[in-house]
Write a protein that binds this ligand. Sequence first.
Ligand code: COA
Length: 262
Amino acid sequence: MRRITMSRGYRTIKLNQKQHTAWITLDRPDKLNAINEIMLEELSDAIDSLEKGANVRCVVIVGAGEWAFSAGADFTELRKLTPEIAKEFSVKGQQVFSKLKDMSKPVVAAIGGYALGGGLELALACDFRVAADNAELGCPEIKMGFIPAWGGTQRLPLIVGVAEAKRLILLGERVQADEACKMGLVDKVVPLKELEAEAEALAQRLCELQPAALKYAKLVVDSVTKVSSDGLRKETESFVQLISAKETKEKIDAFWSQRNKK
Ligand code: COA
């Protein structure tokens, strides 16, 4: 059965549906699906519409192209953040990802290629993570002098434990798919060409279960691992302080210009 496009005039994501599963495709493949302000807005709108969609029982999020689920927050926007905008930037991302996490329907991240920074934070807000064998996951922010600010500092330790979260967040280490699976960061690894079929099979299993039972199962399990509003507030405050520092701006600029010289 074909996927039916649900056109809502989005520019950075695509939304389509196959049977009871809605697929959100992060659709900036030429920018490795980097998450800009428009994409955050469109994700927020899509989540609202899928939450209301009576015919939708499960959501899958995937990146367009083979190379990335998402390479994180859009650098062109990061470089311009003032302290005021940095606060909004962090709070907005936290809100959208918390809304995703709090959906009454299960959400699967299908991770092919890079899931870095905000891209990993998006995947962390999903209920299941299936990865392709080319997946590479991590939080590179520390190398540029800042920290994840879209809930990642709170969700990562809940998923992989404090020690592994510190390895990724404090050291900025990246992990490949197999290692990510061993540490519980992803649930399963499959060859890249099987990624969508694997996510679809998982979504199908979820769709066959009773929606109300799934909704309450998710609600009660998530109550054990709810991120605290205090933790999110501290994440935002720390991010704003760090991103406003001259040194951080220099590191981000150095990273960006070095990348453009390749
Ligand atoms: N924001 C905006 N654009 C991004 C991006 C980001 N986070 N990550 C990649 N891109 C863009 C690049 O600018 C490039 O576009 P261009 O050709 O128009 O300049 C395109 O995506 C491909 O990226 P490129 O760096 O050429 O690919 P690569 O295979 O050599 O390297 C990465 C891939 C992921 C290692 C590298 O792009 C990278 O380190 N990106 C940033 C990851 C990161 O630190 N994310 C966290 C941000 S908080």
